[in-house]
Design a protein around this ligand. Structure first.
Ligand SMILES: N[C@@H](CCC(=O)N[C@@H](CS)C(=O)NCC(=O)O)C(=O)O
Length: 201
């Protein structure tokens, strides 16, 4: 069985971090090829028409998208220390919400990086509104026990990676909800794989 996975990505991406943590928890070694460098960027262009990270090579096949890579890892190796999905459909909704919040905040970050004077654009406003709505909904999911500090699984890990990236890039203000998410953060920060993959760059 495969022991090392080649992973194209960066040390800042929240999607790449998720994959790195899951791989570490399942005992799969990761050979991270940085797409911040020219060689990694060229390889990404060569293997993926989408051009987004992460992309992984698993048993000789290139897989795009963190969700698919994680699906492959957990299908072949189980969940390890991560709590397995409690309800597949609830988890899918949580992950889709977290991914949509990330997509909106990534757009805000890319927009600001390209042109600093764009914060008032209706497009930027819509992304902030979507992120606000989603984070409020995620706060409710904590209150209702769908997101749990007691047994963190993929949705909790995805949330932590999203929050850390947002803070790292100052892409959006989540302060109003940080206390709600603090127990999940504290639980996951006990994992060496989570600490070792904090965004840096
Ligand atoms: N659905 C994808 C999203 C990945 C994604 O958006 N990655 C960002 C970096 S964090 C990216 O590559 N963005 C480059 C771009 O949008 O051009 C996944 O889960 O892997």
């Amino acid at each position: 069985m495969m022991r090392t996975m080649k992973l194209l990505g960066t040390t800042t991406s929240p999607f790449v971090r998720r994959v790195r943590v899951v791989a570490a928890e399942l005992g799969v070694e990761v050979q991270l090829v940085s797409t911040a460098g020219e060689a990694g960027a060229a390889e990404l262009r060569a293997v993926s028409p989408i051009g987004k990270i992460p992309v992984a090579e698993l048993d000789g096949q290139w897989l795009y998208d963190s969700r698919v890579i994680i699906d492959w890892l957990t299908t072949t190796r189980g969940w390890g220390r991560l709590a397995p999905p409690r309800n597949r459909w609830t988890d899918a909704n949580l992950l889709n919400a977290i991914d949509a919040a990330l997509e909106s905040t990534l757009q805000l970050f890319y927009l600001r990086r390209d042109s600093p004077d764009t914060a008032a654009l209706p497009f930027a406003q819509r992304q902030r509104e979507r992120a606000t709505t989603i984070f409020a909904w995620l706060g409710k999911a904590v209150d209702e026990g769908q997101l749990r500090a007691a047994a963190p699984g993929l949705p909790e890990l995805a949330l932590l990676c999203a929050l850390d990236w947002i803070a790292f890039r100052e892409a959006f203000d989540t302060a109003a909800l940080d206390a709600r998410f603090a127990p999940i953060r504290a639980a996951l920060e006990r994992w060496p794989s989570v600490l070792a993959t904090r965004p840096q760059g």
